[in-house]
Design a protein around this ligand. Structure first.
Ligand SMILES: O=C(O)CCC(=O)C(=O)O
Length: 263
């Protein structure tokens, strides 16, 4: 078992689809912060900027920058990310999927609506994990919120565009409506730099706009286990992987999605 987690974390992850791990990446906060500062000045072509209706600041998100930002590469290959992922997913192998950066200026952004990540992705499988890693202290009202147990739904929840709430794909019928959040226990935590909230790609989660007087920078690192395979979707995915050239059911290509751990 990885140094920072125990059997009860693994059990919570299995049952709730989410767990918080305190202080596991403290030594990486400055390194990742350095990478994030470079990132902010040099966003990629895939980056998106959102403006909240009544908030003056801006909210930037960006994907798949690990190859060009050495601090992210270092973290992915040299931290305990992969060993923790292997334990939590109960998976022998761990492949890296992608990184996702969220930058919210003080008094900025739009609320991140309740959603599941997996329907936006070109993958299917249950052994999945996202590490949501805030680089500043975060009060509960601007932290991630998660519906415990929602990763056990047997149909995917309809993905929508965050800007206009319209269905993300034309094939609308393949998905179920968002269940009522009242049916679930909502888990949310105050966090300190070095803490990480870890959740399954199927776990429903969201976040409020950044209404406080402080910038927030968060990195989400997404990893895949033994049962994850490529899945063709009825349109462009988010992030999109043009030229991936894979068929539904194939293991994700290792030249694009490196294996970090093989038990
Ligand atoms: O921090 C946020 O606003 C949203 C995070 C999120 O949706 C994710 O990491 O999947």
């Amino acid at each position: 078992m990885a140094k920072f987690i125990n059997q009860s974390d693994v059990q919570s992850y299995r049952e709730d689809g989410v767990v918080i791990l305190r202080g596991v990446f403290t030594e990486w906060v400055d390194i990742l912060g350095h990478g994030a500062e470079f990132h902010l000045k040099n966003p990629s072509k895939q980056s998106l900027v959102h403006h909240g209706e009544h908030l003056q600041g801006y909210f930037l998100e960006d994907f798949c920058n690990w190859r060009r930002i050495p601090e992210y590469t270092d973290f992915i290959f040299n931290s305990s990310l992969a060993s923790i992922a292997s334990d939590l997913m109960e998976s022998n192998s761990v492949q890296f999927f992608h990184d996702h950066f969220f930058y919210k200026e003080a008094k900025s952004g739009v609320p991140t609506p309740w959603h599941q990540d997996i329907p936006y992705y070109c993958v299917s499988g249950h052994q999945t994990v996202s590490f949501w890693l805030p680089l500043e202290s975060r009060q509960k009202n601007v932290s991630l919120k998660v519906l415990a147990g929602s990763h056990m739904l047997n149909k995917e929840v309809r993905p929508t565009s965050w800007s206009n709430n319209e269905s993300f794909y034309e094939d609308n019928e393949a998905f179920m409506d968002m269940p009522d959040s009242d049916q679930y226990e909502i888990k949310e935590w105050e966090t300190e730099p070095g803490d990480v909230i870890v959740f399954n790609f199927k776990t429903i989660h969201g976040a409020n706009a950044n209404t406080v007087d402080k910038v927030s920078r968060t990195l989400s690192f997404r990893l895949m286990g033994d049962d994850v395979v490529f899945r063709e979707r009825p349109g462009r995915t988010s992030p999109n992987f043009p030229g991936i050239n894979q068929k539904t059911g194939e293991r994700m290509r290792e030249d694009w999605f490196p294996t970090l751990w093989s038990g």
